[in-house]
Design a protein around this ligand. Structure first.
Ligand SMILES: Cc1cc2nc3c(=O)[nH]c(=O)nc-3n(C[C@H](O)[C@H](O)[C@H](O)COP(=O)(O)O)c2cc1C
Length: 251
């Protein structure tokens, strides 16, 4: 039942489409933005206000995000909600190994962590590079950190025999991670899908009590963003959509 309706298609801030009454059945949000507004404005938020992120809000986020697809509908995803500061600090430490190399490669003009063009940097050069706080601090400072894992016992990895880095396994878990961030945006929150702590997966397993079969897929600091970006820098459709073949005409 709609209690009130607010429509403002000129607003740069969220367009709240409708407000449903408290009797709204599970799975329906209390308020919702236009889907395309959510998709176009879900940026990588790394700075957060002190506003709390309640269990109630997280519950709505997970209740809606759970409809993400997975290979064979095997649903191997698990989500860990971290609020303890000591755990956030420990996870933040886990970002540093990957962040150091990321930064060193970026400074050297390389594409960080790329397997197609491996790094030419020496381990010494990487070790001498400071960790940019922007890569390790958001997890420490966010009101809540959402860790997304997948159970490797049920993931279909149809490309694992190919002579290249595996991509297909991620398709069974990243739709869930992204659904969580889209739902967070819908709730007026923001976050960043980060992967750097994965480089320290054994340590992450200890910190979070994960069994061996559980792979860490995303670590997502979430909170109310200090500021909301509304114009994201992305390629135009004609730059990446091709008709019929890769060398076909652009869309
Ligand atoms: C697979 C993936 C891994 C990422 N890993 C990190 C990360 O480890 N740390 C981080 O700060 N941001 C990470 N990001 C966030 C990206 O940097 C961000 O999505 C991108 O720069 C676009 O930012 P924008 O939405 O604010 O324009 C990651 C994003 C994706 C999709």
């Amino acid at each position: 039942m709609i209690a009130s309706v607010t429509l403002d298609y000129t607003a740069r801030q969220p367009v709240w489409h409708s407000l449903l009454d408290p009797g709204t059945p599970p799975g329906h949000t209390m308020a919702r933005m236009e889907l395309y507004d959510v998709m176009r404005t879900a940026f990588a938020a790394r700075e957060f206000t002190d506003d709390p992120v309640t269990d109630e809000t997280l519950g709505r986020i997970f209740e809606n995000a759970r409809f993400a697809p997975s290979g064979g509908n095997r649903q191997g995803g698990h989500v860990i909600v971290v609020r303890e500061q000591a755990t956030k600090d420990a996870i933040s430490e886990c970002t540093k190994l990957a962040a150091r190399r990321y930064s060193a490669q970026q400074l050297a003009g390389e594409t960080p962590w790329n397997t197609w063009t491996p790094t030419k940097l020496t381990p010494e050069a990487i070790a001498a590079t400071p960790v940019p706080p922007g890569l390790s601090e958001p997890v420490r400072r966010a009101p809540v950190v959402i860790v997304v894992c997948v159970d490797l016992r049920v993931v279909a990895s149809v490309d694992h025999l190919l002579p290249r880095v595996g991509i297909a396994s991620g398709a069974s878990i990243y739709p869930l991670a992204w659904n969580i961030l889209l739902a967070a945006r819908n709730e007026g929150l923001g976050g960043t899908l980060t992967t750097m702590p994965i480089a320290e997966e054994p340590r992450m397993r200890e910190i979070l009590g994960l069994p061996e079969c559980m792979a860490v897929c995303a670590v997502m600091p979430v909170g109310k963003p200090v500021r909301q970006l509304t114009k994201l820098k992305r390629r135009a459709v004609s730059e990446f959509v091709h008709r019929e073949r890769f060398d076909g005409s652009p869309w």
